[in-house]
Ligand binder design. Structure first.
Ligand code: ASP
Length: 595
């Protein structure tokens, strides 16, 4: 008959106040230790762990069965809660003041020898962890990540439900939408030779919902982008997608603050100070060399160009004459040997700068640097003032085009200033992004996406390279958590944006005619945002990448070692879809099969 019911209490909840209770617990045998005729088993369920002790004088039968237990057997135990004997308390465990004295043990299922131990004592490769993700998920780290993922999404839904947003699903088999990445395609069997795209985001559907009179929309949406794998990207990822009519940037940012405050309160138990700081894109680039500045520490970039306006030092003078800038950061007091200073120069070159000038502030306030002898006293003073130099400080100066200087000093700032840990949470909004970027081939590409409204249509027409848009990002600890914008609701402005992007009227009509038409039927002004859910949770959990907070992620090369996706399919299946793989690809398949 066995232990019935299997469980009357969760393992992780037991406390000294439960002493003498008879309990049933069920879970996994995490550790089994035989100590002088007494067996200790650490039993783990989703709530945590508790120590179970098997004593021959209490239950000889259960004690014998405990002798056969192996790690990760799934078991149920009936027993009595006891305070731990004096001196054996474990202050590191919430249940460390008690143990369950077992009277009955039931093995619910046995476990093969595990491919790796779950106690984190031995390093396991990520590939292996993902191949056995279901075991990896049993570890406390992964269990906490999954739990807080659910907590995050629950808090997001709560905030938006309270504000009467409607949760609405949009299709995942769609026509391609332009978000700037490559689409994942799905062949149609019923219409051979035609393809669906998986959505890069629900962008156009949420705009159609606004046209459809839905005034507040949200969705926890799965999005797909066929990008080359970069460190922290996945082909499929989750966004909290939202959109509203008759509201603008301030309304969106206030709602995002509400969401962030609720999530951080539920996940971390911390009340975030409001309002979150706002910074323009131009300011962020000038002061931090990044549109996602980590503002947990200062070490800001300072412009020193004026100091060198009439310099005789050719390296700086030449750059300034070519329209470049001279900027620097003060990385604080640190003891850097010559080799460490040279390494900083090398790093700057690797980042694309022609070079780097380092200066060390001596105890008497003078500047030690290979270039000091080429600079006049006023210039040396100007550097000290500009970088607020104090004895012991190390100063790093780069002269180059503004973009190169920003990128280089922005990265050096992160290299030397990066705070340890993830305890502190520094949210901020970046506003006033440019509407376009100049692509590699000189063409204009949308900085956010093609449906973002310009601040001024005239400015957009006259100087598209520098025109500002009504778009904004949310940043947390130096990572972009998401982006959004006020949308274009005037079909004529939308057509002008397509034109600047080099999409001809015919092309726009062919690709987005349905959307341009929709805009013509009384479109309300609307705006929205999408938060990268995986990224947000990974930062809150202090995880190094988003794979750690996705239940079943792909590896960095886009494959799933557990189920073997992506995988080849039978020729017959391709035939049904009216497609085939290229002969050279087929030849490679055959070669790999015969090898
Ligand atoms: N669809 C956009 C994105 O995925 C977000 C937005 O503009 O709402 O980045």
């Amino acid at each position: 008959m066995g232990i019935q019911p299997l469980r009357t209490v969760h393992a992780g909840e037991l406390r000294p106040g439960d002493a003498d209770r008879e309990v049933h617990v069920a879970g996994w045998a995490e550790r089994i230790r035989d100590q002088g005729g007494v067996t200790f088993v650490t039993l783990r369920d989703a709530s945590g762990v508790v120590q179970v002790v098997f004593r021959p004088d209490v239950a000889a039968g259960a004690m014998d069965e405990a002798g056969n237990l192996k790690r990760e057997y799934c078991i149920a135990v009936r027993g009595t809660v006891k305070p731990r004997p004096a001196g054996t308390d474990n202050a590191d465990l919430p249940t460390g003041g008690v143990e369950i004295e077992a009277e009955e043990l039931e093995v619910l299922s046995t476990a093969d020898t595990l491919p790796f131990q779950l106690d984190g004592r031995v390093d396991v490769t990520e590939e292996r962890r993902l191949q056995y993700r279901y075991l990896d998920l049993r570890t406390p780290r992964m269990a906490a990540n999954l739990r807080n993922r659910a907590t995050t999404i629950r808090a997001m839904r709560r905030v938006l439900d309270d504000k009467e947003f409607l949760e609405i699903e949009t299709p995942t088999l769609i026509a391609s939408t332009p978000e700037g990445a490559r689409d994942m395609l799905v062949p149609s069997r019923l219409r051979k030779g035609q393809f669906y795209a998986l959505p890069q985001s629900p962008q156009l559907f949420k705009q159609l919902l606004m046209i459809g009179g839905v005034e507040r929309y949200y969705q926890v949406a799965r999005c797909y982008r066929d990008e080359d794998f970069r460190a922290d990207r996945q082909v499929e990822f989750t966004q909290l997608d939202l959109e509203g009519s008759f509201w603008g940037q301030d309304d969106v940012l206030a709602t995002l603050e509400d969401i962030a405050v609720a999530v951080v309160s539920d996940v971390r138990g911390v009340d975030l100070p409001r309002p979150f700081p706002r910074m323009t894109y131009a300011d962020a680039m000038a002061r931090y060399g990044s549109d996602k500045p980590d503002i947990r520490f200062g070490m800001e970039i300072n412009d020193l160009s004026a100091v060198f306006a009439a310099t005789e030092f050719r390296a700086f003078g030449g750059v300034l004459a070519d329209g470049g800038v001279v900027r620097g950061i003060n990385i604080g007091s640190r003891d850097m040997a010559r080799s460490a200073l040279d390494a900083a120069s090398q790093r700057a070159q690797d980042l694309g700068a022609a070079g780097l000038v380092w200066m060390v502030v001596e105890p008497d306030g003078s500047l030690r640097s290979p270039v000091a002898k080429f600079l006049g006293d006023a210039e040396l003073d100007g550097i000290k003032q500009g970088l607020e130099a104090e004895p012991g400080n190390v100063l790093l100066i780069v002269a180059d085009k503004p973009a190169v200087v920003g990128r280089t000093l922005g990265q050096l700032r992160l290299d030397y200033g990066q705070p340890d840990g993830h305890a502190e949470l520094a949210f901020l909004f970046i506003v006033d992004f440019p509407i376009f970027e100049v692509g590699e081939d000189g063409s204009m590409v949308p900085a956010h996406h093609a449906f973002t409204a310009p601040v001024s249509v005239d400015e957009m027409r006259n100087s598209p390279e520098t025109a500002i848009s009504k778009s904004y990002d949310m940043v947390l600890n130096g990572s972009e958590l998401g982006s959004g914008s006020v949308r274009i609701h005037d079909p004529q402005v939308q057509a002008q944006v397509f034109e600047i992007l080099g999409i001809s009227a015919e092309d726009a009509e062919r690709r987005f005619g349905w959307f341009l038409e929709a805009l013509r039927y009384g479109t309300p002004p609307h705006a929205g945002f999408a938060i990268g859910v995986d990224r947000m949770i990974s930062i809150l959990q202090g995880e190094p990448n988003i794979r750690e907070v996705i239940p079943f992620p792909k590896t960095q090369t886009g494959s799933d070692p557990l189920t073997g996706s992506p995988s080849r399919v039978e020729t017959a299946q391709l035939g049904e879809l009216g497609i085939d793989v290229l002969p050279e690809v087929r030849a490679a398949w055959e070669a790999s099969e015969s090898s």
